[in-house]
Design a protein around this ligand. Structure first.
Ligand code: AMP
Length: 172
């Protein structure tokens, strides 16, 4: 079994001072690490009847599409406001300073569809909480919420109470 955390690069003060950015590009670039990560993200949901994997912009697209192939599911992108071309539903959520908004195509998830939510990293949890609210609004049944990395010290999982959370790498 590979130690996936060895493929995550810490970049201090990016994109702004005080943030330690978790750069997953070394993991994506390594054939064995990428395969291991995708297999492990998908494993708890094999046979769970997942119809749709929803990935959050932008690194969630890379992981989510690969996991969708393993689960023989479809893939749906959830994007920053203003990027999707069709009719959308939008949700705003609080950041440390100000707010941000994400959108999903209004017809992307059917009522009762089983959905797996994917992003690269769980920090404060605001992004994934808003994403789950949008998918639920469309009638999707969220069977799991999966991340490559979770920053445990930010306690983001408190915002995802009631969901099955699956994380490969915990940062204390
Ligand atoms: P949050 O809503 O606070 O949980 O932030 C999660 C989103 O922001 C994810 O899409 C992450 O890709 C990104 N993010 C937040 N903090 C970091 C970090 N330290 N390193 C890399 N990405 C981050």
């Amino acid at each position: 079994m590979l130690e996936l955390e060895k493929f995550i690069r810490d970049v201090p003060d990016f994109p702004k001072k005080g943030i330690v950015f978790k750069d997953i590009t070394p993991l994506l670039a390594d054939p064995a690490a990428l395969e291991c990560a995708i297999e492990q993200l998908a494993r708890p949901y094999l046979g769970a009847g997942v119809r749709t994997v929803v990935g959050i912009e932008s690194r969630g697209f890379i992981l989510g599409a690969a996991v969708a192939r393993v689960l023989q599911a479809g893939f749906v992108p959830l994007r920053k406001a203003g990027k999707l071309p069709w009719k959308t539903v939008r949700k705003s959520y609080a950041l440390e300073y100000g707010t941000d908004s994400i959108e999903i195509h209004a017809d992307a998830v059917g009522s009762g569809d089983k959905v797996l939510m994917i992003d690269d990293l769980l920090a404060t949890g605001g992004t994934m909480q808003a994403a789950c609210q949008l998918v639920s609004q469309l009638g999707g049944k969220i069977v799991g919420v999966a991340f490559l990395v979770e920053l445990d010290f930010l306690a983001g999982r408190a915002k995802l109470d009631g969901y099955d959370i699956h994380t490969l790498i915990h940062v204390k």
